[in-house]
Structure formats: C-alpha cells, structure tokens
Design a protein around this ligand. Structure first.
Ligand code: RTP
Ligand code: MG
Length: 140
C-alpha cells in the first residue's frame, strides 16, 4: 500500500482561545494526533481579511457579530499537515455548538457558546486552499 498523501488545513485558535490561554492545549492535541505544524503566526485580523475568510456566511444574521469577534484580539493562525488533516482536525475540534460537541473534543472540553468556540478548521480541500492562500500567501 502506498503512503497516504499529506493534506494541509488552516487552523485558527480564535481570539477567545488565545485570551483564555488555551493555545498550548490546542497545539498539544493536534501534535499528539500526529499533525505537523508547517506555519504559525499570532496576528490580529483586519475586518477585510475576516470578511473574506468567513465570506460564505456574509448573509447570515450572525455575520457582523462573528467578524467583530474574530477581529477582537490576536488569534493564532496555523497550517497543519498530515494524512486527511482536514477531517482529522475537524474531529479534534468537535461540533460547531460546543454544548453539542462531544467531551474529549476541543470545543466539547473548553467552550459553551456557539460563537466563542475556540478553534477554526478548514472544512474541505477547496476551503483549505483558499484559506491558506489568504493567511499565508507565501506558502507553496
Ligand atoms: P469554523 O468555520 O469557525 O471552523 O466553524 P464551523 O465550520 O464549525 O462552523 P460554521 O458554520 O462555519 O460557522 C463559523 C463560525 O461562526 C460562528 N457561529 N456563530 N451565532 C451563531 O449562531 C453562530 N453560528 C456559527 C462560530 O464561531 C462558528 O465557528
Ligand atoms: Mg466553517
């Protein structure tokens, strides 16, 4: 059997996760899973980048609040790599609503509110390519 093809995903530790000091625990979990860090940067998003990143939600009632939240302070942007990295990280993150997220997942263990749910992970190869180009244009 051939070796699994490596895939990349954009992961964010959102401003709530950084403010609460959860960066170490999030990174420890994804590294323990076997995902490899290929880029990492702490930065505060501009409204323009935030609106681009969450463009699919532009018509949703929570869009303004989401952009305000995601630009409210520094976040940690990561690119992770590994076999099925997109699906692997989404499984570690848990369901979008942290109350429904299984205990043992990042959201299930650390959050209670749907907006302030600690992490983001790309949801498809197309999203990952778009998001990685937006956050780390220099990455091949
Ligand atoms: P993400 O994009 O951040 O990885 O989260 P996701 O795929 O699990 O969920 P998605 O539907 O893409 O929603 C994006 C983010 O918007 C916030 N949200 N707020 N107030 C609300 O009802 C609501 N719904 C979603 C969350 O921060 C969610 O992660
Ligand atoms: Mg999403």
């Amino acid at each position: 059997m051939s070796a699994p093809t490596a895939e990349r995903s954009l992961v964010l530790v959102k401003p709530d996760g950084v403010a609460r000091g959860l960066v170490g625990q999030v990174v420890a979990r994804l590294e323990a899973k076997g995902l490899r860090l290929v880029a990492a940067e702490l930065r505060t998003l501009t409204v323009e980048v935030a609106e681009e990143h969450y463009g699919e939600h532009r018509e949703r009632p929570f869009f303004g609040s989401l952009v305000e939240f995601i630009t409210s302070g520094p976040l940690l942007a990561l690119v992770v790599e590994g076999p099925r990295a997109i699906e692997a990280f989404r499984a570690l993150a848990g369901a979008t609503d942290p109350v429904k997220a299984a205990p043992g997942t990042i959201r299930g263990d650390f959050a209670l509110e749907v907006q302030n749910n600690i992490v983001h992970g790309s949801d498809s190869p197309e999203s990952a390519a778009r998001e990685i180009a937006l956050f780390f244009p220099g990455l091949g």
